[in-house]
Design a protein around this ligand. Structure first.
Ligand SMILES: Cc1cc2nc3c(=O)[nH]c(=O)nc-3n(C[C@H](O)[C@H](O)[C@H](O)COP(=O)(O)OP(=O)(O)OC[C@H]3O[C@@H](n4cnc5c(N)ncnc54)[C@H](O)[C@@H]3O)c2cc1C
Length: 319
């Protein structure tokens, strides 16, 4: 059976009841929710407003056997042109509360890292300055252990509250999941990896532990990091950041430049002229264009330097 056939009217009603009918849309183009501005429609997209709604929606999908994709700010995603089958749960502005208490900040998964860092600066808390330019939600940053300038999310995280999918029932569907809090020491966070990724945990919220600082100095550091980004990265063009992970002992961007691929195009997708580590959407690129360019770059770099480039960008959905 095609996955979409499983979303019966009964399941749609249950999802509407879980998140509120205003927070459920059909056939929503994912191009509106990714920084690449690429991606076909999600069969169903939910934008829950509180933890109970997120959990009810996840349980409903699990029990009905409907596949779920959680999307944050869509800044690390290449969504296929034919979209995403099943349910997308978009954890963004509807689920983005930020609370400061002493030197801790508690943020819901959909809060942008940028807004958490601004709240930290206002509260004179230091630690998020190198990360604030990453266009991630808290959930996406924890999933990827997002990092920049020798810092990463794990450095400032104290714990995350997650939804852990339930076990398989005898009929092959999943049972209800459960919510628990995991300290950062048990999250096995490494370079662009974490237990959240490996075990398919869904981040509901995170607590950051920061150090007392001086607001003026914190903001000055944030400006410095932002300027470094603006100088080096093609921020004026749609992309999903660094397309490839850093290969051991090399820099992906330098390898791609040395392979003569600066500005190389497939359809509307292009290796950035400004930073060869970025594939950009130069002119109405499709996911197929970007995918073909990624494969071409991998082949050329392998042929010329013998280095395998592994995509950092997550390719999801139907191409
Ligand atoms: C201009 C630009 C610059 C960038 N610079 C950096 C950088 O310096 N460092 C860096 O590390 N990355 C960088 N990135 C990539 C990207 O911002 C990060 O990977 C970020 O962590 C993705 O977060 P997101 O909320 O956009 O997640 P999404 O792209 O929406 O999703 C990425 C993955 O996380 C999962 N996910 C999202 N939310 C949750 C959740 N609540 N619970 C569980 N899983 C979840 C998704 O299912 C998906 O598998 C950059 C991207 C751009 C466009």
């Amino acid at each position: 059976m095609h996955e979409y056939d499983r979303i019966t009217d009964e399941v749609l009603c249950a999802l509407g009841a879980a998140v509120g009918e205003d927070n459920l849309v059909l056939f929503e183009p994912m191009s509106a929710h990714t920084t690449f501005k690429i991606g076909g429609p999600a069969d169903v997209m939910l934008t829950p407003r509180d933890k109970e709604s997120v959990v009810r929606a996840l349980d409903t999908c699990a029990i009905a056997g409907v596949p779920v994709t959680v999307v944050g700010n869509g800044s690390d995603l290449l969504v296929g042109d034919r979209g995403i089958r099943g349910v997308v749960i978009l954890l963004r502005e509807n689920y983005a509360a930020i609370d400061v208490a002493g030197t801790r900040i508690h943020a819901q998964a959909g809060a942008l890292l940028r807004d958490v860092a601004l709240a930290a600066a206002e509260a004179e808390l230091s630690g998020l300055e190198p990360l604030w330019g990453i266009p991630a939600t808290v959930g996406g940053a924890c999933h990827m252990n997002a990092g920049a300038y020798d810092a990463c999310a794990a450095d400032v995280l104290e714990s995350v509250e997650v939804y852990e999918p339930g076990a398989k029932a005898p009929d092959g569907t999943n049972m209800r999941g459960f919510v628990r809090t995991i300290p950062v020491s048990e999250l096995h966070m490494g370079y662009r990896q974490s237990r959240i990724h490996d075990e398919g945990l869904i981040v509901l919220s995170a607590t950051f532990s920061l150090a007392p600082g001086n607001e003026r100095m914190i903001r000055a550091d944030m400006d410095t990091y932002q300027k470094r980004r603006e100088e080096k990265q093609p921020l004026e063009m749609p992309s999903a950041g660094s397309t490839f992970k850093r290969p051991q002992g090399y820099f992906a961007g330098k390898l791609i430049m040395d392979a003569g691929l600066r500005g190389c195009r497939v359809g509307g997708a292009q290796v950035s002229e400004k930073h060869c580590g970025f594939v950009v959407n130069a002119d109405h690129a499709t996911a197929a264009d970007v995918n073909a360019l990624i494969e071409h770059v991998q082949e050329e770099v392998k042929a010329q330097f013998g280095v395998e480039l592994e995509p950092e960008v997550k390719r999801i959905g139907v191409f």
